[in-house]
Ligand binder design. Sequence first.
Ligand SMILES: [Fe+2]
Length: 320
Amino acid sequence: MKLHGLGYVGFSMPDPSVWLSFGTEVLGMMPARALPGEQSGQMGSGLGAESSGSGVAPDGSIYLKMDDRQWRIGVHPGDAVGLAYIGFEVADDVALAVAVAEIEATGTPIAQGTPEEASARGVQGLAWCTDPSGNRVEVFHGPVQDRHFVSPTESEFLTGELGLGHLLMMVPDIEASLGFYRGVLGFKRSDFISPVPGISLHFLRCTPRHHSIGLAHLGPINAIHHLMVEMTTIDGVGAALDRAMDAGYTITKTLGRHLNDRMVSFYLKDPLGFDVEVGFDGLIVDDATWCEHEASGGEPWGHRGMNVPIPAEIREGGKP
Ligand SMILES: [Fe+2]
């Protein structure tokens, strides 16, 4: 199967409106012009949608737009704080059928999404399965593209064929997770980092973006580490850093360049309690020439706050 990148991500938290402010005022995303399942209105303006471009659904869910797509990030009300679903895109309905057959052939249970489930994502069709950490993984085709993205902060995100960015997840069973993302979904491993025995990070791609999924094994922790969104300019990163600091958000890693995907970025703590990485200049991988390797030697510069020894309680399974 050929996955075309991370198409959408959903989270859950008790009050999604907090993430709406964070996503728009700090990251520079836009409330969805129309919600999934709503008509977009004349010329995709959102004027005909019941939500009136607020990005807020009747149940309190919020939807954020980053580009031409109707939405990229959804946050839903719920007691549990964390990841609700991840959506990977395929080319069309035929490609979805092929993906489902290939996933089933590995012995992984996969369910066809109902028309209601597809409508809730604003797509033509989807199927879903569960990764070894219990995360809901959806494969979809035919998203709504209602265009007219206008950032409230004049931000521009690098998306398109690269997908919305990347997600790094901490997983308790690294071999099972690698088996799922590489063996079942067909991701390729760009590189990996193994700083100390028993700790490893693996960076997996399904587009030319160096990685769309990162898997970190830090003991038996099962949680999101960070979501990365990429700006089209370094000025976009700097301006986001200013906005984050002005609004009082905690900067968890200072501006720096990563050793493996070469991203110049900073990290901040989001209202869910995990990190968001805002970056620029991430590596584009050429499948024809790239071979995986172990990345070592430390960060070229910056990212203070990251290069600290891994605390014993994390190695032994405590909460980060
Ligand atoms: Fe990252």
